[in-house]
Design a protein around this ligand. Structure first.
Ligand SMILES: NC(=O)c1ccc[n+]([C@@H]2O[C@H](COP(=O)([O-])OP(=O)(O)OC[C@H]3O[C@@H](n4cnc5c(N)ncnc54)[C@H](O)[C@@H]3O)[C@@H](O)[C@H]2O)c1
Length: 330
């Protein structure tokens, strides 16, 4: 059993708390959160030590690993403290506020032979696991185009804009699925408020291989939507992460191009075939993630959400942010 402590038990940290508490691979020793409104009894009654000071976890020699689920602007300092004290680290997405901080954490972890992993939870969702297999087995043909919608009313973050809050999910999923990084990134955005933090952002990822990925991200939508469409040269797939059934549908549909004799007139030939909906695993991604963290610490497998994967996502966020900063919206 690996002794673990969690720093930050707000909205997302509570899910990590529940999963580490129930994990057969970890002994959840302690929790720290600076919010003095928290009732420590809730944790102490489950035999978990509680502190308002994260240093109590980072300095505890009995703790082997630390999970950090605090706001992004605190990730670097807390992870650095934990690594320097010899702890393996699982850190929330996005890994840090910039790529230099990510590189420093990876360097410390490598020097000390410790694991640093980033919680890109979606890589363990049944939907992504199925789509990855589909793409690797070329069931959709060659991937040409992906479009993703990730919109909701909020949840507004204090320290980052909607790009840094929501795009880490898509960037991580897309990098994992395609196994290649975009050549360039364009982004435009809009802020409804005086804080000038974009709450609506559209992103385009452009690939040397001619693929395109479009993302629509928003905290200002009256409805929640989590849909990804993937167009392959042979079939099309739609993943609706909010659906309990028919989460994924594969359409044996497409359009073939035909040109009329010697003219340049394009005549589309529509192919409308069967629709297939596979059964998708419904087990909780965070439960798979805790097992993966233990396997990586025990050197049974390399991580699919390593520090390098987290760094790759932050580099894409930086590229998209500079496009936003210099874009027409300013
Ligand atoms: N993987 C996912 O799907 C997912 C989903 C939501 C949020 N997140 C990530 O989780 C992180 C936290 O987001 P959230 O929505 O839970 O935020 P939150 O504000 O609800 O919770 C953060 C908690 O951290 C505590 N905290 C802040 N600074 C601290 C410090 N220095 N020491 C100890 N405690 C401290 C706060 O008191 C709060 O309870 C962010 O990085 C966010 O991007 C990930």
């Amino acid at each position: 059993m690996i002794n673990i402590g969690i720093i930050g038990v707000g909205y997302w940290g509570k899910n990590l708390y529940r999963n580490f508490l129930n994990s057969q691979y970890f002994n959840l020793m302690s929790v720290a959160d600076s919010n003095t409104m928290i009732d420590r009894q809730n944790y102490e009654s489950a035999n978990v030590k509680f502190s308002f000071d994260a240093r109590d976890i980072c300095n505890d020699p009995k703790v082997d690993a630390v999970c950090i689920a605090t706001p992004v602007n605190t990730h670097f300092e807390l992870a650095k403290q934990a690594l320097e004290n010899g702890k393996h680290v699982l850190i929330e997405k996005p890994m840090c506020l910039n790529s230099i901080e990510c590189l420093k954490l990876i360097e410390i972890a490598n020097k000390k032979n410790l694991v640093i992993m980033v919680d890109h939870t979606y890589l363990f969702s049944g939907g992504v696991e199925y789509i990855k297999k589909c793409i690797d087995e070329k069931k959709l043909g060659e991937i040409c185009f992906i479009s993703s919608i990730r919109i909701n009313l909020g949840l507004f973050q204090q320290d980052v804009n909607v790009l840094w809050d929501l795009a880490p999910h898509d960037f991580s999923i897309i990098n994992h699925l395609l196994g290649e990084k975009p050549d360039s990134i364009d982004a435009i955005g809009y802020s409804h408020f005086q804080n000038k933090k974009e709450d609506v952002v559209h992103v385009a990822l452009n690939y040397k291989t001619n693929k395109k990925v479009f993302l629509q991200l928003s905290w200002m939508s009256p409805v929640k939507n989590r849909t990804m469409s993937i167009n392959g040269s042979e079939k099309m797939l739609i993943w609706d992460d909010l659906k309990l059934e028919d989460t994924i549908k594969i359409y044996d549909s497409g359009v073939d191009q035909r040109f009329e004799n010697d003219s340049s007139r394009f005549l589309p030939e529509y192919r409308i075939g069967d629709i297939y909906s596979p059964r998708i695993s419904t087990s909780e991604p965070l439960s798979k993630l805790t097992k993966h963290f233990s396997d990586v610490i025990n050197k049974k497998t390399p991580s699919i959400m390593s520090g390098e994967h987290g760094l790759g996502v932050v580099l894409m966020l930086e590229q998209a942010q500079s496009s936003l900063d210099f874009g027409l919206n300013k």
